[in-house]
Design a protein around this ligand. Structure first.
Ligand code: PMT
Length: 333
């Protein structure tokens, strides 16, 4: 990959033999945990202890991970995701009675906040000064803000919504493993909804440039290692009894179905939700191991423009299937 930047020799990436995919466990030995890992562990433990028996819990991952090019990071490669899917789904899962752990990329969209994060509008466009000089919400936004604020407070104060943030790939993977291991004991009551856009390539920190890559030597050529797929250890080792939903994002329609099916076969989890970058807001396909045909969920462009979220239908369908699994597991015992 070339970013069209110049580089010092130390930034030239790993030699050919280090390009093979590393083992997921080795990844954790060679990378730094995030500063909020301990907090996340304690907060998740407390959150789960607070839940009543038989409470269904969902871990939603949302937003894109970054991979730094320097240990003292000035530049990084980002993964596309605004966080709409995750934040909107979190609201729907809460409405359906789930307890939600929301693992999200810092500054990406968050539940109940997502309508006010449009960078083209900014906070000030929702506010105005009253004749007395007081700051107040514009009347046309008041009902929506009141509703979102009420729900947000209700869920956070009621212990139904826990938010944990990440920025880099490494933050994400450490946090995902930590929370997964804590959720595992819930078995089928726990759902994983892996909507985050996770980097596929990275530079291991021990071979990364320590300081800002200097310009002046011509083009910059980067060679990045492949990130091991963490769905494997998640499904097999970290949370083997849980209900796991992964996402598959493609831009080439010919690849979408085959790759979703391949993921199901390879990792053996319950559902892959396939979506295309350009149509993701109004079309998604659910793939399961039980059927060769995908289950299509779609809304019309008109419904989308009128403010309907496809996540409403998606979460309803998933919740139904999740409940089925929980019920079947009870019958098996
Ligand atoms: O946030 P929005 O703007 O609303 O967009 C939503 C979305 C398009 C980002 C979302 O719907 C989506 O598709 N998310 C998954 C994107 C992605 O990473 O797809 P992938 O095909 O690269 O990965 C497939 C699966 O493998 C993912 O569930 C991912 O968690 C997992 N993975 C990926 C890389 C990696 N190293 N290890 C993994 O386990």
């Amino acid at each position: 990959m070339s970013l069209g930047k110049t580089h010092p020799s130390e930034a030239v990436s790993p030699c050919a033999e280090s390009r093979s995919v590393i083992d997921p466990d080795t990844y954790f030995d060679h990378n730094q945990p995030p500063s909020n890992l301990e907090w996340a562990h304690t907060a998740t433990q407390a959150f789960l202890q607070h839940q009543p028996a038989n409470q269904r819990v969902v871990l939603i991952t949302s937003g894109g991970t970054t991979v730094p090019l320097e240990n003292n990071t000035v530049r990084f490669v980002d993964n596309f995701s605004q966080g709409t899917r995750g934040s909107c789904s979190a609201e729907q899962f809460l409405a359906m009675g789930y307890a939600v752990i929301f693992l999200y990329r810092e500054k990406s969209l968050q539940p109940f906040n997502r309508h006010y994060s449009d960078s083209t509008k900014g906070l000030l466009s929702y506010l105005e000064l009253s004749p007395e000089g007081e700051v107040r919400v514009k009347p046309e936004w008041a009902d929506r803000v009141k509703g979102d604020l009420r729900l947000y407070q209700q869920y956070v104060e009621g212990g139904k919504l826990l938010m944990i943030n990440f920025t880099t790939l490494s933050d994400y993977l450490f946090l995902l493993r930590e929370v997964s291991l804590l959720l595992a004991h819930l078995g089928p009551l726990a759902m994983f909804y892996l909507a985050a856009a996770v980097s596929d390539f990275f530079i291991p920190s021990h071979i990364m440039s320590e300081h800002k890559i200097q310009s002046g030597n011509g083009d910059l050529t980067l060679r990045m290692n492949q990130v091991p797929k963490f769905l494997g250890p998640l499904v097999k080792n970290w949370a083997p009894e849980c209900f796991i939903v992964s996402f598959k994002l493609e831009t080439d329609p010919l690849l979408l179905g085959p790759k979703a099916k391949y993921a199901l076969k390879k990792y053996g989890h319950q559902i892959v939700i396939a979506n295309m970058l350009n149509t993701r807001k109004f079309q998604v396909w659910l793939f399961t191991r039980e059927s060769d045909d995908a289950f299509l969920i779609q809304i019309t462009k008109e419904q989308l423009d009128a403010g309907r979220d496809i996540e409403q239908d998606l979460v309803e369908e998933l919740s139904k299937r999740h409940l089925q699994l929980v019920e079947n597991t009870k019958l098996d015992v």
